[in-house]
Design a protein around this ligand. Structure first.
Ligand SMILES: Cc1cc2nc3c(=O)[nH]c(=O)nc-3n(C[C@H](O)[C@H](O)[C@H](O)COP(=O)(O)O)c2cc1C
Length: 348
């Protein structure tokens, strides 16, 4: 969101200063030893690029079509729950900022503001669905999201239950009224947790009840991606949940080429996790992503400057991507291919 990973580090430090320490840790933390979390950004940075030269790059066009939406740049907002802990306007500010920047928004099932209110502020948006233990609650959420204008359902597949995060030290961090803001009055908390028995069959279930394309988020393997496509997914999203689920899971920068090769263009591929600069966006597209999504960078913008900072941060990321494209000698997103990345050196 930023010219460099150092800029991102400064933004994170600014957010740390303004946030309650328990909230900062809830957002920043990962599961287990945080191995996957720590590896995420470094894995992108380690991919060397092979720029072209002597191409006329006086005009660089970052526009891209993502599941039917014409976007100014291939950059979107990942679903992140409980944003009112970062800023009183929470998801409303993020939706406004994303719309202002022309970025696609993904709204979490764990939104701390009502779906309909967020929809009123949003440009194009997708709804992220967890299948909850009470499937009636999921049905209601997904139908409401479709009714409010979501254009796709993102089924998060990597969260049969939550990863164990040692930085989450305050069990009362998410007040009941925030947790339940989108749930029916008198819901049973245990039944509103993620279901552990979610399968590929749920892709068709969500598609049928929403009438929308379903993207599966949380994939790290080519075989799973192929199974999702066979089960009716319209897109696959390479993610390890920002290092918050299985600790030790592969960085998305390493998983992405396998997933892209497995689906062979049958559906669009997206990626998130540790993407911080326009150069990272370029790397992800070179490795097969149609678009990328950012989570924590948006939270830090939201915490430090509300809706305007979210808009500015996303615009800066898109601008950094345009700059990186020009320096790499490409002027259209369609010219970005795997040849822009150097294969790993022997021993890496
Ligand atoms: C505080 C926090 C809450 C999150 N909540 C959700 C969620 O509700 N649903 C979901 O699918 N992913 C959730 N994620 C994962 C993000 O969508 C995304 O995969 C991840 O944050 C991307 O990595 P990045 O933060 O390094 O950009 C959450 C991540 C964080 C940090």
């Amino acid at each position: 969101m930023f010219a460099s990973h150092a800029d991102y580090g400064r933004l994170e430090e600014d957010a740390r200063r303004v946030l309650d320490p328990a909230v900062f840790d809830f957002y920043a933390g990962g599961s287990g030893d945080e191995t996957t979390l720590a590896a995420a950004a470094a894995a992108w940075r380690r991919i060397p690029l092979r720029p072209h030269v002597l191409r006329d790059v006086s005009v660089v066009d970052t526009r891209v079509r993502v599941l039917g939406h014409d976007l100014a740049a291939p950059v979107g907002v990942a679903p992140v729950g409980y944003q009112s802990l970062a800023h009183p306007d929470g998801e409303l500010a993020t939706a406004w900022g994303a719309r202002r920047a022309g970025a696609l928004l993904t709204l979490s099932s764990r939104s701390s503001r009502r779906i309909e209110e967020v929809a009123a502020e949003a440009g194009p948006w997708w709804f992220q669905a967890y299948v909850l233990r009470d499937r009636g609650l999921t049905r209601e959420l997904v139908r409401r999201a479709a009714g409010a204008g979501a254009s796709a359902v993102v089924l998060t597949g990597d969260t049969p239950y939550l990863g164990r995060r040692r930085r989450d030290r305050d069990p009362g961090l998410i007040p009941e009224e925030v947790f339940g803001v989108n749930l029916a009055h008198g819901f049973d908390r245990a039944l509103a947790e993620q279901a552990a028995d979610v399968t590929y069959d749920d892709i068709a279930w969500l598609a049928e009840l929403s009438g929308l394309p379903v993207v599966v988020k949380g994939l790290l393997r080519g075989d799973d991606a192929r199974d999702c496509v066979a089960a009716g997914a319209s897109g696959v999203w390479v993610s390890n949940h920002g290092g918050r689920q299985l600790d030790g899971a592969v960085p998305t920068a390493r998983a992405l080429p396998e997933v892209a090769a497995a689906v062979r263009g049958a559906v669009e591929v997206y990626a998130d996790g540790g993407i911080r600069t326009g150069v990272d966006v370029l790397r992800a597209l070179a490795l097969g992503a149609r678009a990328v999504f950012v989570g924590r960078p948006v939270l830090w913008c939201l915490a430090t400057g509300g809706q305007n900072a979210v808009a500015d941060g996303l615009a800066e990321l898109a601008d950094g991507f345009a700059h990186a494209m020009g320096l790499a000698g490409v002027t259209k997103v369609s010219q970005i291919d795997q040849g822009l990345c150097a294969p790993p050196a022997a021993g890496e």
